[in-house]
Design a protein. Sequence first.
Lengths: 333, 333
Amino acid sequence: MLLNSAQIGHSVPIWDALPPQVLETLGEIDFRVDIDSARPALTELLNRTVLDGGKRLRPMLTLVVGHVLGLKLNDIVPLARAIEQVHAASLAHDDVVDNATQRRGQDSINVQASNKRAVLAGDYLLADVIVNLTRTGNLNLVKEMSDVISALSLGEWLQMDAIEKRSYSSEILEQIFRCKTASVMSWCCLAPALFKHTNIKTVELLRSFGDHLGIAFQLMDDALDGSQASQKDQNLDVENNQVNAVALEFLKDHPEKWKAYQEGQNLASVLENADLSKAVQSVRAQANAKMESAHLILDQLAYFLWPEESLESKMAHLAPLYFIMKLIIDRDH
Amino acid sequence: MLLNSAQIGHSVPIWDALPPQVLETLGEIDFRVDIDSARPALTELLNRTVLDGGKRLRPMLTLVVGHVLGLKLNDIVPLARAIEQVHAASLAHDDVVDNATQRRGQDSINVQASNKRAVLAGDYLLADVIVNLTRTGNLNLVKEMSDVISALSLGEWLQMDAIEKRSYSSEILEQIFRCKTASVMSWCCLAPALFKHTNIKTVELLRSFGDHLGIAFQLMDDALDGSQASQKDQNLDVENNQVNAVALEFLKDHPEKWKAYQEGQNLASVLENADLSKAVQSVRAQANAKMESAHLILDQLAYFLWPEESLESKMAHLAPLYFIMKLIIDRDH
């Protein structure tokens, strides 16, 4: 099955930039947990909540990097599947932690089942991912994935701390973004290189590229959250007293509002009727700056991987990655 | 630090059966999560709740098996540490799932922090265990550990199902025991063999030995719960409408009580003033039968490992394992 642009949530059909075999492979990946391998009700819950739908951006990124590195896509399908499943498991636990009620336009897993079953189903999924990854025979991949799982829980913890202490800064927010979003995207980029047993320089450049991409993604996420409806709970961040990048920009510019929030006023009431457009603009600019840095890293990578080739040829190699970058910056949800 | 019998909760000082280096190594293992490697508040919560205290039975079993196989104990300390930490992480999530209030004589992790923080701290600990295990360079160990984590969540899920549907049988209970307890003990026994890259027959005999040991352990646990106070929440099983092995034996013998429970009466009121002594006795007998089978497996193992040696010499090799078996059958909490 080929994904179409409506499914991926993008209005401009510029998918020609992606190699057709990437889209084809992505469409064919079965992200569901194998129902025969475990308790049917457990896997069925996962399959109809956190493993259903979503943009599939992470497995797409994994396949694209694999393609750029010249790997057979079928060989790295297990990697693409694993990272989407870890992402899904973290969503299950995040929905418990955040008291979410909606996810991807339907009741969230904790509502469809219960907090308890969401915890257990997430645990099961995380373990299943590691079991499946060990089948690649590559211990580094398993180690890097465990680092991601560790970062995801740490990021959620840091966020709870920040909410409880009403203590936010650009540095804290970047640390949270790095743990919760960039760690996952970094893995998508470095995993195909690790799988290929390529040199350490390629791995590290791709890790850094993914990190920048992830931060940019999260900044754009916050900008979208501040500017229009999304399929997640609307304004869930604000209701949870969670200061995202847009709220932080706004509060920095409005010391009296910042003071009211610090003194205990709900973020929702502090931001009521606020004009966030300037803050949204600023956050978009930050995202663009991160993407600029990501571009520079790709330049280094191209120079390292294909030293003899022309600039045009290097850019042709990288075109699918440029497309992903554009997708992240331009996406409307 | 040498553990003494009071710490391990055993009144008879028969510790001479264990090699002194096992006790010494066990006493020296630092089970705490490294505080420098992560958010201090997260690790501190783990260190003062689920990683504090306990019988340390699982790492002891791991060290003893390593000793029997002739391994250097320091080499397998990471394995002993890993299994105690996975056990601890499962306790953190179980305490959330079971609404526990007490654990090892103090407030449980979900009470000391919150359900949310208990979920995140457990996630972090599970990921940390896998990261550390990858350092052994042994992919099989990682795979087997992920199978354990998977079984632990599945077991808790099966138990919730059984509680909700009031559907219990000896088979369902054994499946739950296998997932929740025996999987962990099996790992303790097979991991040193995997670490040593020994033959598959040794690994599988030890896996099976650990499975029998684990089922026997859980049966004894239920017998203790039914017969006297423990350091866990008293009668938490019963309050949660959770039919343990003793309750099941009793209900089997009292069809009218079984019917009342099936029809919706609380387990606590069904069992009020019940004389459980016969059921306790029956469950103890089941535990002893499992231990008999475990003994037979050890006989096979000895015959396989030391074919040329005398029976006396074989038994001398196995003495530390006999001690652990005795400890499990005789323990008073």
